[in-house]
Design a protein around this ligand. Structure first.
Ligand SMILES: Cc1ncc(COP(=O)(O)O)c(C=O)c1O
Length: 384
């Protein structure tokens, strides 16, 4: 498909191989472990594309191709969850004696994986302040192998100057990784900025219906692809064809959902920013956000996830607010068609600099409901 075609058109038409579809609009769910060979001579030949189901069937190929186009990547590896997609490339590229730099705002379970398992493998790690990428050089050591970013952070919404970090990393042979779940491969294209691995929790916007766990790792070069594919093959990584089918189906409507969620989230965020009980709205597309200029430079839009800070209040009051919401479900994850809310404080783990204890943060994932209904719901809850 021509590069000049819009992403909207691409999402509707790519990965629709007529030979596989046989007239249908969507591909079949193709389940397989054993692949039969016609001749014994071919069993151990390196030629066949598939010798065992673990490499995936046509539905996996279609999904990989779709993400590859969306992320403008060299290749894409699918993983059984977003978290697995964050940890896999680290395991693929790092060896004993290496050092990894982690953004201080990375997804909590990614942080937990690094804290619990990297030391066991004799891999060191440190954190850097995502909003202070200018001093990244101060954190780099002679054995730094990778820099892991998440922009914006999915709770506190700080942005990282990705091109600035890439510029420092490239000259030093350091791999760069970005958790691109908020940008969804739609609003941010890290590979085009020179990032080596763009990671998504496809469980969020690509799936869009809160019923599949999946991750994607897009690679930026043949070199990155080689190191990741090796680990993918050797570790037995696999996602089910049913899940691949569901995510491919979700991806077809992602642009329409994201456009509505973007508009609705901005309406809700703007309303919250005027509310007397709200100290600050953490949404990078609002002009008052400290990283707004960076967002304007690097992103083409904003998704439906943002947070807000209440003026200091008791935990009991925060629970009261959350418990009185009617249209916001209380639950983890985000990017589905239904709105969700959580309080973030128990998850706000930060190392050097620590998260300043400024009040209680509530995170909202805005779904497809009418924004006026969501605002009315928040209004009654905040006035409780
Ligand atoms: C930013 C971010 N990355 C990764 C993940 C992990 O995704 P999954 O739930 O599919 O493991 C999440 C999940 O909430 C997330 O918010």
């Amino acid at each position: 498909m021509s590069k000049n075609v819009s992403d909207h058109t691409k999402l509707a038409h790519l990965s629709r191989d007529e030979e596989v579809l046989q007239g249908a609009v969507n591909p079949p769910v193709h389940r397989a472990s054993t692949i039969l060979f016609e001749r014994a001579e071919d069993l151990y030949s390196s030629k066949p594309k598939r010798s065992y189901g673990i490499v995936g069937m046509s539905v996996h190929d279609s999904l990989r191709e779709a993400f590859c186009t969306l992320e403008q990547a060299y290749s894409v590896v699918l993983a059984p969850s977003g978290l697995a997609a964050c940890t896999m490339p680290l395991l693929a590229i790092c060896s004993a004696g290496d050092h990894v730099l982690l953004s201080n705002n990375i997804y909590g379970p990614t942080r937990r994986f690094c804290e619990n398992h990297l030391p066991r493998l004799n891999i060191e790690f440190d954190f850097f302040d995502p909003e202070n990428s200018n001093n990244i050089l101060e954190h780099i050591k002679s054995n730094t192998k990778a820099i892991f970013m998440e922009s914006p952070g999915s709770l506190t919404m700080e942005l990282t100057d990705i091109p600035a970090i890439v510029a420092v990393a490239k000259g030093r042979n350091i791999w760069t990784l970005v958790d691109n779940t908020w940008g969804a491969g739609w609003f941010l294209k890290p590979i085009t900025m020179g990032v080596d691995f763009s990671i998504q929790a496809a469980s969020k916007y690509p799936c869009g219906h809160s019923d599949v766990l999946m991750g994607t790792i897009a690679t930026g070069s043949k070199k990155a692809d080689k190191v990741l594919q090796r680990f993918d093959t050797d570790s037995g990584n696999f996602v089910s064809p049913d899940d691949a089918w569901l995510v491919l189906r979700g991806l077809r409507t992602m642009s329409a959902r994201l456009e509505r969620q973007q508009t609705s989230a901005l309406k809700v965020a703007s309303w919250l920013s005027q509310h007397p009980k709200v100290a600050q709205v953490l949404h990078p597309a609002l002009a008052c956000h400290p990283d707004h200029q960076l967002w304007k430079r690097d992103f083409t839009g904003s998704s439906g996830l943002f947070s807000f800070l209440l003026h200091p209040t008791s935990e009991a009051q925060v629970f009261k607010i959350l418990n009185s919401l009617k249209y916001f479900g209380l639950g983890f994850s985000w990017g589905g068609y239904e709105s969700l809310a959580i309080h973030c404080d128990p998850q706000l783990i930060r190392t050097n600099p620590k998260w300043p204890d400024q009040g209680n943060i509530i995170r909202l994932s805005i779904g497809l409901e009418e924004p006026h209904d969501l605002i009315a719901d928040l209004s009654q809850a905040l006035n409780i």
